[in-house]
Design a binder for this molecule. Structure first.
Ligand SMILES: Cc1cc2nc3c(=O)[nH]c(=O)nc-3n(C[C@H](O)[C@H](O)[C@H](O)COP(=O)(O)OP(=O)(O)OC[C@H]3O[C@@H](n4cnc5c(N)ncnc54)[C@H](O)[C@@H]3O)c2cc1C
Length: 365
């Protein structure tokens, strides 16, 4: 393995592999280092992403979605066409929504394959302990140098930890995969006291479902996520075939994405939409910009700060709307279930949908 690289990327998840794919060019060497033996495993995800058509509607300023999202059929469990917002009363509001339920480990592997096809090299089972200047130190004691270094290590990324002061709110999330027959056309988001400060989800998969929830501690009255999870899970019958957990950054993307020769991308930069928890596609949108800017920086001296500017052009409005929606949601989260039930009605239906899908409240961007 070479010691010197043009670009070193910490983390080979959706952000890292996508940034690598777009950074790699004929005269640019790119190395991805990941601590896992098998990137993408164990599963830590609800596995829902919007279809490409839906993404074009949700993120109108993001160009060329087809090139970015090339999800192969074997990484798709099923496609859905409806989304239900469910208050505690169970009286759901239904919306058309084209979703893709992934097989997430296969999805992440397909991104690695794409990156490798562009010449990217991977070093797995290797944990990065710290970055100093242009040196990347691994726990095994190796040192690699990179002209540019990208932190795509998710919520525990070492560059974000050591070089950024801005804090993000990370909320704990738990989920399970369960066998059974579920409405395979509809994804559900449940609100109210079953998941205070967050939401619970029921996402159908082939022959079962991915069911989970996230909560905010400040709204959970001292009760642990485990207790909320047990209660929500008890509503479903079927064999539990897998259980997992993780954390989601819910403060929106950080103000600055670049620090000298270091960039942060994906969850490490807070690129999850706070009002709906979507992070796979948003990370990939950020990662494509980062990869393209890094390539131009190396070949043509483009300032790395361009990454920040283009991200704000493509996703700034959506991120701001999503943060505002979460703030509005926080008011609702404090309310007893009967008020949440009242807030979910025909009159508020459009407003709730705009909030979840990160549009401006009254139709003005
Ligand atoms: C339970 C749960 C459910 C979710 N459900 C959904 C959903 O349904 N839809 C959706 O869009 N998003 C969902 N998300 C969010 C989504 O998973 C993330 O936004 C997405 O994975 C971000 O990609 P990433 O590449 O930034 O980070 P990650 O996917 O976390 O990848 C980071 C990679 O970096 C590696 N790494 C970390 N630190 C180091 C280090 N020091 N050295 C070397 N390697 C390192 C890790 O091994 C990992 O492979 C969910 C998240 C959780 C936790």
């Amino acid at each position: 393995m070479n010691e010197h690289w043009d670009v070193i990327i910490i983390g080979g998840g959706p952000a890292g592999s996508t940034a690598a794919r777009y950074a790699s060019k004929e005269n640019i060497s790119v190395l991805v280092i990941d601590g896992k033996k098998e990137i993408g495993e164990p599963l830590q995800c609800g596995e829902l992403i919007p279809s490409v058509d839906e993404l074009c509607r949700l993120c109108p300023d993001v160009p060329d979605m087809e090139d970015l999202f090339q999800t192969p059929e074997h990484a798709i469990s099923l496609r859905t066409d409806k989304l239900k917002l469910v208050p505690p009363s169970g009286k759901a509001l239904e919306f058309p929504f084209e979703g893709i339920m992934l097989n997430r480990p296969e999805h992440d592997k397909s991104l690695i394959k794409l990156a490798k096809s562009k010449g990217v090299e991977y070093l797995i089972d290797t944990h990065v302990s710290k970055v100093s200047g242009n040196k990347v130190h691994t726990r095994k004691g190796d040192i690699f140098t990179g002209k540019v270094i990208l932190g795509c290590g998710g919520t525990n990324d070492p560059i974000r930890r050591d070089y950024w002061d801005e804090k993000s709110l990370n909320i704990p999330v738990k989920f399970m995969l369960i066998d059974g027959d579920y409405d395979d056309s509809t994804v559900e988001l449940h609100f109210g006291s079953s998941a205070p400060g967050g939401y619970a989800w029921v996402f159908p998969k082939k022959g079962g479902a991915n069911i989970g929830l996230g909560i905010q501690k400040k709204h959970s009255k001292g009760i642990s996520l485990n207790v909320y999870a047990k209660k929500f899970y008890s509503k479903f019958e079927g064999e539990v075939i897998y259980q997992g957990a993780g954390s989601l950054p819910m403060s929106g993307s950080v103000k600055s994405l670049v620090n000298d020769n270091k960039l942060i991308v994906g969850d490490s930069a807070g690129m999850v939409l706070p009002s709906n928890g979507a992070g796979i596609t948003t990370s990939m949108i950020g990662a494509r910009i980062a990869g393209q800017v890094v390539a131009k920086h190396i070949l043509e001296d483009l300032p790395l700060k361009e990454y920040e500017r283009i991200w704000n052009n493509q996703m700034g409005k959506i991120m701001r709307n999503s943060k505002r929606s979460l703030k509005m949601g926080n008011l609702l989260f404090k309310s007893p279930d009967f008020l949440v039930n009242l807030a979910f009605n025909r009159v508020t239906k459009r407003l709730l949908w705009r909030a979840v899908t990160c549009r401006a409240k009254f139709g003005i961007f």
